[in-house]
Design a protein around this ligand. Structure first.
Ligand code: NAD
Ligand code: UDP
Length: 352
């Protein structure tokens, strides 16, 4: 058995897929999630898929006492920190909730990690920290700026991690900046299950395809892009999950290459993009989805959505050079697997 990993937010969309990848790579995992945006059923299904039960603890990252109990009971090599709220619109309406949950939750977690001398962290950051990019593709040295409380909360945590790495060089802090995660596990058993009407494009398209929503509204067809619609770097969630395994391997290599007397870190704060490096327009995604699902996707063009940028895609070179990771799956794979999940589970996890 390899090292033990604490996965906060492991019942969520990306976390549940990463639990499978971690298990397949031989890691022992403990999932910690308050189920504020997920269901216990996701963990049950992950357990079925991997053929063994997962250790799940219901709890909040802001609850220091509960975290301490877990750190006393387990010797973790690292924490993968997915737990957070992620709806941009909601963050504008409820900024205190977002700062409290995402920033205070991360600080509390880091304090407990420090107390128990667990200093390896992989943090879920986002391409949103780049705001409206000055150049494309976006590399990790690009200027960071955010326009909404969700993005600000991610940026704030990145600043905290940077300051922490300066204050104490024994921390190893990887900030993975995800581009647009979509798709599902190929089994169709787990996937993205938005609570309400989806804000994001792919779950919206798939709910139109399955007949739950009538028509997609495409926000803007006058952007300076290939067809006037927004361009994004969609990445399959199983590729993304694999990126976390590669990041953990990197932390392990760094840990084993250090002599035992060396208390300084060779990692510090390390931001890494996880994207494919390729941009796809909204219309291109819609037409691929329609082809794969053999369902009509009615749409209408409406005004641009406030805060949206025209194009956003990653330079994925750093992930390849440092982690040896690159995305493998295509837009067709992403649509196929999303459709598989959506058509098998039209009401998400609620149906069972
Ligand atoms: P998700 O909502 O499906 O998963 C997040 C999980 O964290 C949920 O299970 C939720 O119940 C849990 N959670 C939230 N606050 C918590 C708290 N205080 N204590 C314990 N558990 C808590 O979201 P996701 O899409 O899987 O995203 C995972 C992470 O990646 C988030 O931090 C998100 O901001 C980030 N991210 C997501 C995307 C995306 O498009 N999905 C893009 C970039 C970054
Ligand atoms: N989009 C759209 N209709 C929707 C949801 C999204 O046209 O119902 C567009 C949006 O304007 C953007 C792209 O799809 O150009 C991706 O949006 P999403 O919210 O999925 O991701 P993000 O904005 O975070 O990149």
């Amino acid at each position: 058995m390899k090292n033990k990993i604490l996965v906060t937010g492991g019942a969520g969309y990306i976390g549940s897929h990463t639990c499978i990848a971690l298990h397949e790579a031989g890691y022992d995992i403990v999932v910690y999630d308050n189920l504020s945006n997920s269901s216990r059923e996701a963990i049950n299904r992950v357990s079925t898929l991997i053929g063994q039960s997962i250790e799940f603890i219901k709890g909040d990252t802001r609850d220091a006492e509960m975290l301490k109990q877990i750190f006393v009971a387990h010797q973790f090599f690292a924490v993968i920190h997915f737990a957070g709220l992620k709806a941009v619109g909601e963050s504008v309406a409820k900024p205190l909730l977002y700062y409290n949950n995402n920033v205070s939750g991360s600080i509390t977690l880091l304090e407990v990690m420090a107390e128990y001398n667990v200093k390896n962290l992989i943090f879920s950051s986002s391409a949103t920290v780049y705001g409206d990019p000055e150049t494309l593709p976006i590399d990790e040295n690009s200027k960071r700026s955010c326009t909404n409380p969700y993005g600000q909360s991610k940026l704030a945590v990145e600043h905290i991690l940077e300051d922490l790495s300066v204050s104490d060089q024994s921390w190893n802090l990887i900030s993975l900046r995800y581009f647009n995660p979509v798709g599902s596990h190929p089994s169709g058993q787990i996937g993205e299950d938005p609570n309400d009407i989806p804000n994001n494009l792919m779950p919206y398209i798939s709910q139109v395809a399955v007949g739950k929503l009538e028509k997609l509204s495409i926000f803007g067809n006058d952007y300076p892009t290939v067809d006037g619609t927004g361009v994004r770097d969609f990445i399959h969630v199983t590729d993304l999950a694999q990126g976390h395994v590669s990041a953990l391997n990197y932390l392990e290599q760094q840990a084993s290459s250090k002599s035992s007397s060396d208390t300084t870190s060779s990692v510090g704060f390390l931001p890494i993009n996880l994207g494919t490096g390729k941009g796809t327009s909204v219309l291109e995604l819609v037409s691929t989805f329609a082809k794969v699902s053999k369902q009509p996707i009615p749409y209408q063009f409406v005004a641009r959505r406030a805060g949206d940028v025209a194009s956003c895609y990653a330079s994925a070179d750093k992930a390849k050079a440092l982690l040896g990771w690159q995305a493998k799956l295509s837009i067709t794979d992403m649509c196929q697997d999303t459709w598989h999940w959506q058509s098998m589970n039209p009401n998400g996890y609620n149906e069972t």
